[in-house]
Each structure stands twice: as C-alpha cells, then as structure tokens.
Ligand binder design. Structure first.
Ligand SMILES: [Zn+2]
Length: 173
C-alpha cells in the first residue's frame, strides 16, 4: 500500500524517533509499504517519520535499476563509524519535493541494524549509499538535509514548501 508522504514543515519530521523493541507483523507491513511508496515516488530512501510513524525504521535502494533492485529494510539503524574523507552530493528529499542542494558528508559509513527477519546486520556503505543512509538516519533524529544549509536558503525552501502545502490543501489532493 502506498502511503502519503508528509511534506516539510511538519512537527512529525522534527521528532526524535522511538527505538523499535520488537519487529511485529505490523512493522513488517509498514516496511513493505514504505518500500512500495519509495519506489513509486520514485526515491532511493524513505524514513518512517516521512509517512507519519515516528519510529526508528528506514528503507532504501540506491541501485536505481528495476532490473537489479536491492531493497534494504533497516530497523534501529545506527552509524558506528564514518570516514574522515567527505563527499558532496546534490541531495533531495521526498518530504521537500523538487528542492536540491549540495550537502557534504563522510563518503563511507558503517551502519548496524536489525533486518526484517530479526537478524543483526552490519555494512560499510560507500558513495551514494553512504549519503543516503546518513540522510535517512538523520530523519530519525528529526534532522533534514536543509538543516545543513545556511539560514537564508533554509528559510527560502521552507517558505516554498508552506506555499506548496497551501496549494495541495486548496486542491484537496
Ligand atoms: Zn529525506
């Protein structure tokens, strides 16, 4: 089931999300809905707060290829190591449609998480995957990519999003 994606600004996107104690059938369904919602958007990552659930769950697939998908479901993801070397990507966000900006982050990041079968996982992500996983984990801490930008740029984007939300409300979408 495709779920509606919250648009910034929204208090649920600013929340510190709660750890998941048990991976229930409901949470597995949520994860599968999030992947469907992400592919449909289309996007390469989605965090639970973006669909209004303030729990520590993200999904991603940076392959950008329907022929070789790599859907990942990460419960309670945690960054345990980051490289000193940085890389810059032009980031966007499904909660901030059509706005993009360069953000600098470590170009490798080791992340631990629990997968959908309850198994502990660890991987060192590189390149776009590293950027994506850090962007999504930021969401779980109430942080958006625009928080890395200067105040003026951030306010400008926020005003555009407020306008967009008024238009959506008026059209009853
Ligand atoms: Zn995002």
């Amino acid at each position: 089931m495709i779920r509606p994606i919250l648009i910034h600004p929204d208090p649920r996107l600013k929340k510190q999300c709660d750890p998941i104690r048990e991976i229930t059938a409901d949470l597995r369904r949520l994860a599968s809905d999030m992947l469907e919602t992400m592919y449909d958007a289309p996007g390469i990552g989605l965090a639970a707060p973006q669909v209004g659930i303030t729990k520590r769950l993200i999904v991603m697939d940076c392959m950008k290829s329907p022929d070789a998908p790599r859907p990942l479901i990460l419960f309670n993801p945690q960054v345990t190591w980051t490289s000193d070397t940085l890389s810059t990507y032009e980031e966007g966000c499904l909660s901030i449609p059509e706005q993009y900006a360069d953000v600098q982050r470590p170009d490798r990041a080791t992340v631990t998480w629990t997968d959908e079968t309850g198994t502990a996982q660890e991987e060192t992500f590189e390149g776009l995957w590293a950027t994506c996983v850090q962007h999504e984990i930021d969401h779980l801490n109430g942080k958006l990519f625009i928080d890395y930008l200067g105040l003026m740029r951030r306010q400008m984007i926020t005003r555009k999003m407020e306008k967009l939300k008024r238009e959506i409300a008026r059209e009853g979408r």
